[in-house]
Design a protein around this ligand. Structure first.
Ligand code: PEP
Ligand code: MG
Length: 846
């Protein structure tokens, strides 16, 4: 009897579940329920297979009794999630000398010998663990080849090939159960997300032979493309074959649909072909999924052996989920839940073809996804020169600084040897969608000789490399890439996501180009415009430097006067692009020395430009340099030390608003103060900004309004958020600096030891990558609660690099935040994650 909980004949009513018997066994039961012609199958539960591995065999006589005495059997793995893999299938169990003689009259000698030889081969390799080299399938499967294979087996094992089908089956079950417990199988499935204790089920099925007289063969069929997800009948059929032979022997396989290149199953077996299409349609609707069906034709009769989820690229996953929902097969919520947000990154950026071989020069942290190839350049100037020649280039630097911005903009990808996930290169890379690898500490740059050396070899400036910003690899040469492509299904899915989510998603966008990207990805406004990035371009850098070198307030003001129209033009363009959506402008943040050249040649150029002696310029640079610039004169401190900078920025914002007002467009800008640590800072700056607003109101007659907010990125600002909220209408948590300061961990240097820290479990994850909810999160909760106690209307958000991640969005939803803001290219991922979290919170679809 095989109707126990652990050894179960698959019938429509048998008690079976994915959690006990695995996905394949459960799916076979569904096929049986749909009346598909599935050969008799017995499922062994996880518990049964665990027992087998530990030496407790199930009742083999009962299992065999489920089949006819002469049946050949197959055993296939059935893990909970098919992606977790499992041991390879073993076919033709039961082949022995007696079976050979029995089958020859029915199948012919060649076919019968072939079955026996195949079984000896897989038994020798999979069960007896003999050298596969010794057990090739011969060209001519005849009695002589058989005798040779049996002799080879006996010679290796010192025992004849087992002739008892019961013993054969028991040995196959035992070897598959043990293989699942092996170290390599465990590591492999854990790498695919399986828990350590994941179970394995097995299915024992009567073989539908696929070889013999008349119409015999096997194949696979699916009704969508794995690449695009578009409807397309795909598969192969091979006459006189078994298992997945049809896929291996591509040249001899038949096409499924009519094809000018050769004969097809549709022509040779029209009825069977039509039945397969019907089963595909039925499976799609009733199993609510696109399935790849494995089938066999046994002497003219169709048998369905198995069905698994169609393998799919990210693009196909989106297309399939949307099509199933549009056809009413699954609800929209389920379609939203079926697509991994991370998969969208594959649609937004080009990828290295997953099938392409990789020659890795070196590795680091994948800081900005996408892949691009170009010639190696070792400085921003060389990048610009390469771009001027129309050449694609990859910029490889020890680290990047704001000075490299223009080089980065023209490069196809950027690699830095130092830095972590919130370092300059990483933030800019993500912002502009540039593939970027940081912390590639196994690379060595020899700038003088123009060489880059890594574990994979040495390359020269001008050689072609490819950066895979998702995998964190620098590859030698140019493997084939897959282009980014959004498509209609993507748009539909994200429209559904927007209807479902309950937290806003804005973009961090510094330039008009970023803002365009933000619009393209349907951000609901700009959550962080880092205004300093506007001053690294073209003549602005020069004016900025003059301003920094101005000795007096009057001279500084003169420099700022020249910057004002440029800054105003920036804001007009941003407001226009964002068309009435909120734009949060952060006042000047970085320490001033970031605008100064770092090397001698740059200092000489600067001295020339300013008409000053080099020594004087050097002395001034020295005078403004700080031991800890990230904790020094930056953020609001800079604005309070040189208030004329705030005046200029506020005026530029308000004059831009007034100018758009003249065109009939209404804009309510948001002004945000960086690196605040005390309420008084806010009070002072607020008074200053209000004075400028009043002046512009008087000058222009525009009754402009604005919102003033604070970026909470020091622990003290979080703790004193109650006071700060007296003067701020919104608080945005800058989790990059807040993480840096909470841990006392430099965001630019952490990359050096972060992987060792994570490996040893000191930190569970890189806190610059995954929001630390215990520490940084507690400060955010405190800040949120204290600010709300003071003023319940305060708008709360997060704008550090964590903003787009699922875990940070979950945290912000729990805290009741209004929105998250992230790099433009992460906006689609954030929109989908937010929808999934809302669905999860209201009960995931069945
Ligand atoms: C932050 O500190 O979280 C932030 C968004 O600002 P920046 O990265 O410009 O310091
Ligand atoms: Mg910051």
């Amino acid at each position: 009897m095989v109707d126990g909980p652990d050894v179960t004949l698959i019938t429509p009513t048998a008690s079976m579940s994915v959690d006990r018997h695995g996905g394949r066994a459960k799916c076979l039961q569904r096929l049986v329920r749909l009346d598909m012609p599935v050969p008799p199958t017995v499922a062994l539960s996880f518990a049964a297979v665990r027992g087998i591995a530990e030496g407790r065999m199930p009742d083999m006589t009962a299992i065999l009794a489920a089949f006819a005495a002469d049946d050949l059997l197959s055993v296939r793995p059935s893990s909970q999630d098919p992606d977790w893999g499992g041991p390879g299938a073993v076919l033709n169990i039961g082949m022995c000398d007696a079976a050979l003689e029995r089958l020859i009259p029915r199948l012919g000698e060649e076919a019968a010998c072939s079955l026996y030889l195949r079984f000896i081969q897989s038994y020798a390799v999979e069960v007896a663990r003999l050298d596969p080299e010794e057990f090739h399938l011969p060209e001519r499967p005849d009695r002589a080849a058989l005798a040779q294979a049996l002799a080879a087996y006996e010679a290796e094992m010192d025992a004849p090939f087992p002739q008892d089908p019961g013993q054969q089956l028991a040995e196959v079950l035992r070897s598959m159960a043990r293989a699942w417990d092996g170290t390599s199988a465990r590591l492999l499935r854990q790498a695919r997300g399986a828990p350590a204790e994941a179970g394995l089920g097995l299915v024992v099925q009567r073989m539908a032979l696929g070889v013999g007289q008349g119409s015999c063969g096997s194949g696979v069929i699916q009704r969508v493309s794995s690449e695009s997800g578009e409807p397309q009948i795909i598969g192969r059929y091979l006459s006189q074959s078994q298992g997945r032979d049809a896929l291996r022997n591509g040249a001899r396989a038949l096409y499924l649909t009519r094809d000018p290149r050769g004969p097809s199953l549709e022509e040779t077996e029209p009825e069977i072909f039509a039945a397969l299409l019907d089963f595909g349609d039925l499976g799609r609707v009733r199993l609510r999924e696109e399935m790849e069906i494995s089938f066999t034709i046994e002497e003219g009769r169709l048998a369905i052996l198995d069905a698994i989820r169609v393998q799919r690229s990210a693009r196909a996953a989106v297309r399939i989920a949307v099509a199933l929902a549009e056809d009413g097969v699954i609800p929209r919520d389920e379609a939203l839940m079926r697509v991994q947000p991370q998969a969208l990154a594959e649609l937004l950026h080009s990828q290295v073809d997953p099938n392409a071989p990789r020659e890795v020069l070196g590795e680091g942290m994948g800081a900005s996804p996408g892949a691009a190839a170009g010639r190696i350049v070792l400085s921003a100037a060389e990048a610009q020169a390469a771009a001027a020649r129309g050449e694609d280039c990859v910029l490889i630097r020890r680290e990047t600084s704001p000075e490299d911005i223009r080089g980065m903009h023209v490069a196809r990808a950027v690699v830095t040897l130092r830095g972590g996930l919130t370092s300059h290169a990483a933030v800019i890379g993500r912002g502009i969608g540039l593939p970027c690898v940081v912390g590639a500490s196994d690379l060595v740059i020899d700038k003088r000789k123009g060489k880059v050396t890594g574990p994979g070899g040495t390359m020269r400036a001008g050689d072609i490399v490819t950066v895979d910003g998702a995998a964190g690899q620098i590859l030698m040469g140019a493997p084939p890439l897959r282009a980014a492509e959004l498509g209609e299904a993507y748009k539909t899915l994200l429209k559904w996501a927007d209807a479902r989510r309950d937290i806003g998603v804005r973009a961090n966008a510094d330039t008009p180009q970023d803002a365009q990207t933000a619009r393209l990805f349907h951000a609901e406004g700009i959550g962080l415009c880092r205004t300093e990035h506007m001053f690294f371009e073209g003549e602005r850098l020069g004016v900025m430097r003059e301003m920094i070198f101005a000795g007096t307030e009057a001279a500084r003001r003169a420099g700022l006067e020249r910057l004002l129209p440029m800054q105003k033009a920036d804001f007009i363009e941003l407001f226009r692009i964002m068309a009435g959506m909120p734009v949060c402008i952060r006042l000047f943040d970085p320490p001033l020395h970031e605008f100064l050249p770092r090397d001698k040649a740059g200092l000489r150029d600067l001295a020339e430009g300013l008409g000053l002696p080099l020594a004087e310029v050097e002395a001034q640079v020295e005078a403004i340099s700080e031991y800890n610039p990230m904790l020094g004169l930056r953020g609001v401190r800079l604005g309070l030390t040189y208030p004329e900078v705030i005046d200029m920025q506020a005026r530029a914002i308000f004059e831009a608003v007034a100018e758009l007002g003249r065109e009939g467009a209404e804009v309510t800008p948001e002004i945000m103060l960086p690196l605040v640590s005390a309420m008084r800072e806010v009070e002072l700056v607020k008074a200053r900004i209000e004075a400028i607003a009043a002046a512009v109101r008087a000058e222009t007659g525009n009754a402009l309004t604005y919102r003033l907010g604070v970026m909470v990125e020091t622990p003290r600002a979080a703790l004193r958020a109650g006071d700060i909220a007296c003067h701020a209408q919104f608080l945005s948590f800058g989790t990059n600096d807040l993480t840096q300061m909470t841990y006392g961990l430099s965001r630019d240097d952490a990359g050096r030891f972060m992987s060792a820290y994570v490996r040893q479990g000191i930190y569970e994850e890189d806190p610059f990558h995954t929001l630390d909810q215990e520490g940084v999160g507690e400060l955010i909760s405190i800040g949120a609660a204290r600010s709300r106690e003071r003023d319940a209307r305060v708008t709360l958000s997060i704008c550090g690099e964590h903003g787009g991640s699922r875990e940070a969005i979950r945290f912000c939803r729990q805290q009741g935040f209004d929105y998250v803001s992230c790099s433009p290219f992460r906006v689609p991922l954030a929109r989908l994650s937010a929808a999934q979290l809302a669905i999860e919170a209201t009960g995931a679809p069945a």
